[in-house]
Every structure is written in C-alpha cells, then in structure tokens.
Design a protein around this ligand. Structure first.
Ligand SMILES: Cc1ncc(COP(=O)(O)O)c(C=O)c1O
Ligand SMILES: N[C@@H](CCCC[NH3+])C(=O)O
Length: 381
C-alpha cells in the first residue's frame, strides 16, 4: 500500500518518482524464473527506464540490454553489462552510433533496412571488424494495442518488409563484414491481448521456413518485447503474467535445434514499480468541472498527453468522501491533463497524490518544456 509510505514521501520535494525496489526485484525474479524454464534470454529494454539503481537490479539477474541509441549502449556498458549482452535496434542509427557500437564489440545489431546493412558493412570494413546482425523484419502482425505504439504493421516505419527479403538474400555475399546471426521482430508495446503473440509466433515460423527454403538457418531468434501491464488495477495485478507469456512461445514458436530465443521486455519489468508523486497546488472550481492542479505535469509524465494513456491516481493524504475532478498539471497546454472526470476523495491543497504504474516510459520521457526542473527519483527498498 502506497499510503503507508506517506511519511517518507512527505520528506521529499515534489514532484518525484518513487521506485519500489522490492516490487522490482520480485518482478525481475519472476520473469527470470519463467524465462529460464525454456532457456530463453531476456534483454531489458533500456528505453523504458535507464536509471542506474534499476539497471543494477536488472544486471544482477543476468538479463542482457536492449538499446536503441549510442547513448543507451554507452549507459548499458557503464552500468556493467558486457558487450556480448548488448543488442542495438533502431530505425535511424547514425554513423557515429554504429561506429561506437562496433568499437564496443556488441553482440548484435538489429538492422531495420537494406540501407542500414550497407552502412554497417562499410563502417565495419573500415574498422576491420565483423558485425553480427539480425534482420528486423516487419511481420505485419496486429498487436491490438494503441495505434501510436504498434510497430509491426506494414504502415509502420519499423523493420524490413517481407517483400524486400527476396532481393536482400541475393545481396548477402556483397557484405563480407556482416555475420547474419538472427531474425528479429517486435510488434508493439502494452500488449494485453496475448493472441497477438500467438499470431507473431505463426508468422515467425512462416518467415523462418521461407529462409530455410533458401538454405538459411539462423542461430538466434529475437521476438522483441511488448508484454503489457495492468494500469487500471496495480494493487490486484502488480506483476505481469510472465508464465502465460513465455508459455505461448514455448508452445507455438518452432525452434530449430540449438537455436537461442531472445526477448526484449521493457515495460512489464519496470512499469509497476514506479510511481510519480506530486503535490496538489490548487483546487479550481470551474462551471462544470473541479480541477485538481498538481505540481507534476506532462513534462514529468508524458504518456497521458501523448497516447491518452490511463494511469491510476491515488490521493495519499485524504480519506474524505469522494468527489469528481479533472486532474491536471501546471504546463501551458490543454493536453496537460492526467485524467478527466476522475473520482478521488475530497482533495485539498497540499495533499500528496500518486500517479501509479509510471516506472516505464515515465522518467525517460521527461521534457524541459517551460524550463521545468529535472524531476528527482527516490528508491524504497
Ligand atoms: C525494438 C523494441 N524492442 C523492445 C521494446 C520494449 O517494449 P516493451 O517495453 O513494450 O516491452 C520496444 C518498445 O516498444 C522496441 O521498440
Ligand atoms: N513510450 C511508449 C511506448 C513505446 C515503446 C517503445 N517502442 C509508452 O509510453 O507507452
């Protein structure tokens, strides 16, 4: 119960992120236990949260690192991940980022276009290196999630389209500095309808057979991340159903002998253990609405403004009878709104409010807009 932490929260200047390291450890332990039943490798997606104390817990459990920028690769290496644990995805890797990853001898580049393969070949040749690459293929599988966080449909910018593969395989011989070690897929984020992963397996099997028909078998399959969390009921479901998730792949993904299967989970590992704690600055009574104006806004947690995302909100200070409010931030944008028509106990200036399930894609997406101060983080063990 977050309310039990109220006295701790009251000692800190708001707004701040509060991370529950106990819940984080439980989540990571469970994910590791379920993945290891099948010998699966999990690479934690740093883009979800790259804070040092979080990375330390991830690293301690033997997960690898999934990075999408040169700076994420650097952060992972600085945190202690070995280069052989680092994969690097991203639709627009710059030459400088590729060079840095090559110099660092990372495990694998997840390549998203033929053009990128050409550039990595050229830069690897200049460095006298061989780059290990996986082809990120756009499988055209619906993730049944918000359209802004779907990545595996043909209309999305991510990955190599299947219709490009025929031309691509003919060109492998032109790239002596690339070692093609795997296939990579990622269909989207906050996936709660697990049938999307079933469909992904069916598609990966088809694509794998297509390559086999052309004499190509890869030692690695990377099926990405995307497992969602329960934003509406964080107390009832604090940990994602890793057992059901990994079981789908065990049942449906056709693994070749000796083939290694990789996952890139971000949100499901860290979202529930982070909460944004904010203070109520003002109560404003409009014609039709009562506004709760917080000292945190879209600059500290962008997801509601960007995706109309739902985050549960709790008033930690009040037990008064309930009222209905629009909960908003201080930023000069009308989209700076965490929730409309939200029921909270009667709220007063100075109350502390928790915006729940904000451990993933919260602090990493902070903006300085309106010259806001950088939000702080505290860690509860
Ligand atoms: C390529 C890739 N891998 C992994 C992830 C992590 O996704 P999630 O946090 O939904 O598990 C993402 C983000 O959607 C991604 O784009
Ligand atoms: N940032 C997004 C998810 C994008 C995942 C990365 N491809 C979110 O908050 O839900």
């Amino acid at each position: 119960m977050l309310k039990e932490q109220l006295s701790v929260f009251e000692q800190h200047t708001t707004p701040f992120y509060a991370y529950d390291l106990g819940l984080l450890r439980q989540t990571l332990d469970l994910a590791r236990a379920e993945a290891s039943k099948y010998g699966y490798h999990v690479h934690y997606a740093l883009k979800a949260n790259a804070n040092a104390p979080i990375l330390a817990e991830v690293l301690e459990r033997g997960f690898g690192a999934d990075c999408v920028s040169g700076n994420e690769v650097r952060r992972a290496l600085e945190a202690g991940f070995g280069p052989e644990q680092v994969v690097f995805a991203g639709v627009g890797k710059s030459d400088a980022e590729i060079n840095f990853a090559l110099q660092s001898n990372i495990f694998c580049f997840n390549c998203e276009s033929v053009q990128e393969l050409e550039v990595i070949q050229e830069l690897a040749a200049t460095q006298g290196k061989t780059a290990q690459v996986a082809l990120r293929i756009n499988p055209n599988v619906d993730a049944y999630t918000h359209k802004y966080i779907t990545t595996g449909l043909e209309e999305n910018k991510f990955g190599i389209n299947v219709w490009e593969l025929e031309g691509l395989v003919l060109r492998f011989a032109e790239w002596p500095n690339l070692r093609l070690i795997g296939l990579h897929f990622h269909i989207g984020s906050q996936i709660t309808d697990l049938r999307a992963f079933e469909n992904l397996c069916v598609r990966v099997n088809e694509i794998q057979r297509w390559f086999e028909d052309r004499g190509l078998v890869f030692p690695h399959l990377n099926v990405g991340g995307g497992l969602g969390v329960d934003y509406r009921a964080p107390e009832e479901n604090p940990i994602a159903d890793f057992a059901a998730y990994f079981k789908i792949f065990d049942l449906l993904l056709e693994k070749r002998p000796g083939q290694q299967v990789h996952f890139e989970l971000g949100r499901a590992l860290v979202a529930p253990s982070g909460n944004l704690i904010s203070k109520v600055l003002y109560l404003k009574h409009g014609q039709k609405t009562n506004f709760v104006i917080l000292d945190a806004g879209m600059t500290e947690l962008m997801r509601p403004a960007l995706y109309q995302a739902y985050h549960k909100i709790e008033n930690l200070s009040s037990d008064l009878p309930e009222k209905t409010y629009d909960v908003v931030g201080p930023i000069c944008e009308s989209t700076d709104c965490f929730a409309k028509g939200y029921i909270l106990p009667e709220t007063k200036r100075g109350d502390l409010v928790a915006i729940r399930t904000a451990g993933a894609y919260g602090e990493v997406m902070v903006s300085e807009y309106n010259l806001r101060d950088k939000v702080k983080a505290i860690y509860l063990s």
